[in-house]
Design a protein around this ligand. Structure first.
Ligand code: DGT
Ligand code: CA
Ligand code: CA
Ligand code: ZN
Length: 581
C-alpha cells in the first residue's frame, strides 16, 4: 500500500493545527500545497527512503518538506506535528474531525466560546453559547449538531478499506515468525462488512509464545490489552483493536467458523446441532452424550472440526460464503452463484487528469489493459463539479475526440468515451442532450445538494434513471461512510424504475463510499435490477479497490449474470448501444 494518502493527511493536519493556532496564511498554505502534491503523486513516495535529492526534484517539494517526508518514511510520524499539537488543547484535534467543522471555525469556538473538546461543543450547542457568536446562524449550528449525532451513531468502527490492509500486512509479518504455520482473519472483516469493530486473527503455531511476543511488540502497537496463552489483544493508533487467538490445527475449521460469525449465524447453527443431538462450539461439532461440562474437556472426539466444510456437511447444510452469514441470511438457503473479482472484465467509471484524476488518458487505458479488461470507460467530471475541474462542453468535445483516437490506436481494449455527469439538485443533467448523445456511455451521479429530503432525492434520481441517454447511476446516495449520510431516496421505487428503463445502478467500490450498500444490492438483485461494480479510479492503484465493491456485491447476493462488468465485450457493447435506440 502506498504511504501517500497517510502522509498527505499529516501535512494537511499540520496546516489545520497551524490555522487553529492562528499562524500566518503563507505557512498554512505551504503545507496544504505539499499535502496536495503528495496526494496526487502517482507512485509510492516510500520508494524515496533516504533519497532526499530525489524528493526535492519533485516540483513543489522543498528541503524542509523533504526532511519531513523522509522522517515519516523512517518513523511513521512527523515530530513537528506532535510538537504543534501539544501546543493547543488536545480536544481541538477531535473537533477538526467533525464533518463540516473547518479549522477557522474551530479556532473561533475555542477563542470566542471556550470550546476545547467534543463534550464542550455539545454543551455549547445546548446552552445556546454558540448562537451568540457573530455570523453564526441556527442553520449552521443545526448542521454541526447533526454531524455530531452522526459521528456518535457511527461510533469508532473503522472502514473496511482501513481494516483489510492492516490485517493483511500484519498477517504477512507474523507469518515470518518461526513456528507459525498459518494465520487467517475472521469476524466481520471476513464477512466483508463495510465497517469493522475489531480485527480477529486466528493462528496455528508450533511456538505460540514467540508469535504472541511478535504480535504484542509490533511497531504500531500502542497498548497491550491482553496477553495470555490462547489470546492476545492489542490496540494500534487511531483506536484499531486486534485480537489474536492461538488455535490447534485439528480444530481450525471450528474456530474459523465460530469467530467468523455472525453471532446470529452461530446461534442458528448451534440450534440445528442441538436438534440433531449434537453440540457445536469453537472446538468442533460433538455428539451430545448428556454429560456435564464441555465435550472437549471430557475427551470426546468431534464428529467434525478440521475444516468449515466438514462441519457444514456434518450439519447437512451447504457451506455458506462468509458474506452470507448475517442475520438476514438463512443457513439453509443454497448460496446463489456470487460475483468474484476474477469475473470482472470492464471498468466503467474512471477519471483522467482532464478532471481530477492523476492518470493521463493513455496511462488510464494502459492500466485497464494490464488488468486484463476488455473495456474501459473514461468518465471525467462535468462542468458543475468545479472543485473536481469538471469539463466544459468544449473541453468534453475535445476529450471525446482524444478518446476515440486512443481507442483506434491501442489494440486489445475498447475505450469508451463517457462522462460522469452531475445530476443537479432538481434532477436535470449537467450537459444538454445533444452532447450526451455523442458519448458511448453516460454515468450520472449526485455530487452536491446531498442533504435534500427523501422526496426530493427520489424524484431527482428518478429523473436521471428515466433519462434515455443515461446508462448508469453512479454512487446513488453520495454517502461517505462515517462522514456523510448522503441521500435517502425510496430505493424500491428507484430499482423498479431502473428495471423498467433498463438503467444500471452502481456499486461504487471505493471503501469510503460502498454505495449502493449491501442491503440495497440485495433488494436490487431481488427486483431484477442490473448492477455495475466500478472503482471510480482516480489513480492507478484505485483499480485495486475493486475487491471492496465485490465484497459488498456478494453480501447483496449479486451473481455475475446481473453484473454488467462481468459481461462479455459483445454483450456489454450491444447493451450500451441498444439503450439508445
Ligand atoms: P465487529 O468486530 O463488531 O465488527 O463484529 P464481529 O462479528 O467481528 O464480532 P466480534 O469481534 O465481537 O466477534 C467475532 C465473532 O465471534 C462473532 O462474529 C461471532 C463470534 N462471537 C463472539 N461473541 C459471541 C457470542 O457471545 N455468541 C456467539 N454465538 N458467537 C460469538
Ligand atoms: Ca471483530
Ligand atoms: Ca473480536
Ligand atoms: Zn467519479
Amino acid at each position: 500500500m502506498s504511504i501517500n494518502r497517510k502522509l498527505s493527511t499529516q501535512f494537511d493536519t499540520i496546516a489545520s493545527v497551524l490555522e487553529v493556532m492562528g499562524a500566518n496564511a503563507f505557512k498554512i498554505n505551504a503545507n496544504r500545497r505539499v499535502a496536495r502534491i503528495i496526494k496526487e503523486y502517482p507512485t509510492d513516495l516510500a520508494e524515496f527512503a533516504g533519497d532526499k535529492k530525489g524528493l526535492t526534484s519533485i516540483e513543489g517539494i522543498g528541503s524542509g518538506s523533504a526532511d519531513r517526508i523522509l522522517e515519516f518514511i523512517d518513523t511513521g510520524q512527523i515530530n513537528e506535528l506532535t510538537q504543534l499539537a501539544s501546543e493547543i488543547p488536545e480536544g481541538l484535534i477531535d473537533l477538526l474531525e467533525v464533518p463540516g467543522l473547518g479549522p477557522k471555525t474551530v479556532r473561533r469556538f475555542w477563542q470566542e466560546a471556550e470550546v476545547t473538546s467534543l463534550d464542550e461543543l455539545r454543551k455549547a450547542i445546548s446552552d445556546g453559547r454558540l448562537e451568540s457568536l457573530p455570523r453564526f446562524g441556527t442553520k449552521k449550528i443545526e448542521n454541526i449538531s447533526d454531524s455530531l449525532a452522526f459521528m456518535e451513531a457511527s461510533g469508532d468502527r473503522m472502514r473496511l478499506g482501513t481494516a483489510l490492509p492492516i490485517a493483511e500486512s500484519l498477517i504477512e509479518t507474523l507469518l515470518q515468525v518461526p513456528g507459525t504455520r498459518k494465520i487467517e482473519y475472521a469476524g466481520s472483516l471476513r464477512r466483508g462488512r463495510e465497517t469493522i469493530g475489531d480485527i480477529d486473527l486466528l493462528a496455528v503455531s508450533d511456538d505460540p509464545d514467540a508469535l504472541a511476543e511478535a504480535f504484542t511488540t509490533g511497531p504500531d502497537v500502542i497498548k497491550i490489552l491482553a496477553q495470555g496463552k490462547t489470546k492476545c489483544s492489542v490496540r494500534l493508533e487511531r483506536g484499531v483493536q486486534i485480537d489474536l487467538r492461538m488455535i490447534e490445527d485439528s480444530a481450525f475449521g471450528a474456530a474459523l467458523m465460530y469467530f467468523t460469525g455472525s453471532k446470529e449465524h452461530n446461534v442458528e447453527l448451534r440450534e440445528r446441532a442441538i436438534k440433531a443431538g449434537q453440540r457445536l462450539n469453537e472446538y468442533g461439532l460433538f455428539p451430545d452424550d448428556g454429560g456435564e461440562g464441555t465435550p472437549q474437556s471430557r475427551g470426546i472426539q468431534p464428529v467434525a472440526s478440521r475444516t468449515e466444510e466438514d462441519i457444514y456437511e456434518a450439519l447437512e447444510l451447504p457451506w455458506q460464503p462468509p458474506e452470507l452469514r448475517e442475520q438476514r441470511d438463512s443457513a439453509e438457503d443454497p448460496p446463489p452463484p456470487l460475483v468474484t473479482t476474477d469475473a470482472i472484465r470492464a471498468e466503467l467509471h474512471a477519471h483522467t487528469n482532464a478532471s481530477d484524476g492523476v492518470m493521463t488518458l493513455r496511462e488510464l487505458v494502459e492500466q485497464a489493459k494490464s488488468r486484463g479488461y476488455h473495456t474501459i470507460a473514461v468518465t471525467d467530471h462535468s462542468k458543475s463539479s468545479g472543485q473536481a475541474n469538471g469539463l466544459s462542453p468544449d473541453r468534453l468535445r475535445a476529450h471525446i475526440d482524444a478518446i476515440h483516437e486512443i481507442n483506434d490506436e491501442i489494440k486489445g481494449i475498447r475505450v469508451l468515451a463517457g462522462s460522469e455527469v452531475d445530476i443537479l439538485a432538481d434532477g436535470r443533467l449537467d450537459y444538454d442532450d445533444e452532447l450526451l448523445a455523442r458519448l458511448d456511455i453516460v454515468v450520472a451521479s449526485p455530487h452536491a445538494a446531498l442533504t435534500q429530503d427523501s422526496k426530493k432525492a427520489t424524484s431527482r434520481l428518478l429523473a436521471a434513471i428515466e433519462h434515455p441517454l443515461v446508462h448508469i447511476i453512479g454512487h446513488p446516495t453520495g454517502r461517505i461512510i462515517n462522514k456523510r449520510e448522503g441521500l435517502s431516496p425510496d430505493m424500491p421505487r428507484l430499482f423498479e424504475s431502473a428495471v423498467e428503463h433498463d438503467t444500471v445502478m452502481e456499486i461504487n467500490a471505493n471503501p469510503l463510499r460502498l454505495d449502493l450498500r449491501d442491503t440495497h444490492v440485495r433488494l436490487a438483485v431481488e427486483m431484477g435490477c442490473q448492477i455495475a461494480i466500478n472503482t471510480d479510479s482516480h489513480r492507478p492503484e484505485d483499480f485495486d479497490l475493486l475487491r471492496y465493491g465485490i465484497l459488498t456485491a456478494r453480501r447483496g447476493r449479486l451473481g455475475p449474470k446481473q453484473c454488467i462488468n462481468a459481461w462479455t465485450a459483445r454483450k456489454l457493447h450491444s447493451w450500451l448501444a441498444g439503450k439508445r435506440s
